[in-house]
Design a protein around this ligand. Sequence first.
Ligand SMILES: N[C@@H](CCC(=O)N[C@@H](CS)C(=O)NCC(=O)O)C(=O)O
Length: 225
Amino acid sequence: MTATPNLTLWGVGTSRTIRPHWAMHELGLAYTTKPIGPRTGETKTAEYTKLNPRQKIPLLQDGDFSIGESAAIVAYLSRMYSTTERSLIPETTREYAAWLEWCFFIVAELDSTSLYVMRRHRADALGPIYGIAPEVVAQAGEYFRQQLRHVEVALADDRQFLMGDRFTSADILLTTCLEWAIAYGVGICDNAQPYLERIRKRDAFQRAVAANVPMAPITPVPAKV
Ligand SMILES: N[C@@H](CCC(=O)N[C@@H](CS)C(=O)NCC(=O)O)C(=O)O
């Protein structure tokens, strides 16, 4: 019998951090959360920098093994902890290749090239740091919508998920980008609407949303005078 895994996930509060929370809930894994947030200084502490020199969240510790990059964590969990009953990754070589193609497409084209560019240059996001650029934001939103045509085709004919009738971790990556786009006011493609409605009903998704909420700030107790 394999030992119970000792899993700790660092990070809450973003479209990236929810991905590994969700994967662990889909796989029925118990884990500890270290609820550090973005832009709080918590990724820059000496303790955290020793764990993750990239100073980013999320980060997963699995015993003495650590891994960062949300999509890599989700892929690791999918490979390591899928079972016959709960699986997030296809088995055959070709299906695995198609799954990889979706994962890279979502991370490269939807997340990094589109949504993260918007985040970097929106006035209400990181624009004050990296430069407020409305034209860049508009173009990145338009590019996102163009790229979604591939998703529209994949979800045509009432197909339930990106890989057909089985939910995989590529759906975790896609959903987080669709929710992110909606939050930024970017329209999503037609077939993604019923897809999202289906996905939002998943128990593991709802648990992940709850697990990804930052803790309420602690109100300081006034000093006694
Ligand atoms: N490509 C990385 C991006 C991770 C990332 O940029 N995380 C941000 C929050 S979404 C972060 O930790 N920024 C540093 C900070 O806020 O201190 C991933 O998908 O994990």
